[in-house]
Design a protein around this ligand. Structure first.
Ligand SMILES: O=C(CO)[C@@H](O)[C@H](O)COP(=O)(O)O
Ligand SMILES: [Fe+2]
Length: 222
């Protein structure tokens, strides 16, 4: 079993008290902090950018898992690294030269991940698999929190884990979108190990929600 990590997405936090919400998730047991950057071009929504990441870096020492939903990410990757990103995830659909982008991220001493939209086939990763620290499978169409998990993605997770194992790779599989306490076991059993959740963590009692997710995850470490 792969090490399971909970990565709460701050897209659903209260931006008026972002620092406090992050500290609450951190202290309740979040492993990573998932940071959704949207540019209004790659996705039909705008979230926040580099100055916000720099500022919230003071609120948590947890791994900053930065999910870039932006066009032309290469131009800004050095700035995201400087702002405190520990993992930078770019979308394959946004990168003309994906291999070069992965090299750029690694050259900055940061872990590199690639995200795939639900309709993007796994085969786009065929020639970069060995270079990746993490693969993010979108389980909703990117752009918004609070959407429903797309059922067909479970098979995609299972297929990816199988491909990685056949190659002897232990790459992290992150899944993002519509994850809740009801489908969490299903996605873990399919092979996901980095689990993003936004609305189901930051909507309501943050600490209690983190505890509920972590209690389910703990069933797999006994
Ligand atoms: O990247 C994205 C959306 O594009 C996500 O990280 C969402 O923020 C997840 O939110 P929920 O579906 O868990 O509410
Ligand atoms: Fe995300």
């Amino acid at each position: 079993m792969y090490e399971l990590k909970l990565s709460p997405s701050i897209l659903s936090a209260d931006f008026g008290r972002l620092g406090e919400d992050i500290k609450t998730a951190d202290q309740a047991g979040a492993d990573y902090i998932h940071i959704d950057v949207m540019d209004g071009a790659f996705v039909p929504n705008i979230s926040f950018g580099i100055p916000v990441i720099k500022s919230i870096r003071k609120c948590s020492d947890k791994v900053f898992d930065v999910h870039l939903m932006i066009e032309h990410p290469d131009q800004l990757i050095p700035e995201f690294a400087k702002a405190g990103a520990d993992i930078i995830v770019v979308h394959a659909e946004a990168c003309k030269h994906l291999h070069r982008t992965i090299q750029l991220i690694h050259s900055l001493g940061v872990k590199a991940g690639v995200a795939l939209n639900p309709a993007t086939p796994l085969s786009v990763l065929d020639y970069v698999l060995e270079d990746l620290d993490m693969i993010l499978l979108m389980t909703v169409n990117p752009g918004f929190g609070g959407q429903s998990y797309i059922p067909a993605m479970t098979e995609k997770i299972r297929t990816l884990r199988h491909i990685l194992e056949e190659k002897g790779l232990q790459t992290d599989i992150e899944i993002d979108g519509g994850v809740d306490t009801k489908n969490l076991r299903m996605v873990i059993e399919a092979g996901a190990n980095v689990l993003v959740s936004g609305s189901k963590i930051f909507g309501g009692d943050i600490a209690e929600n983190v505890h509920q997710f972590k209690a389910i995850m703990a069933e797999y470490t006994k």
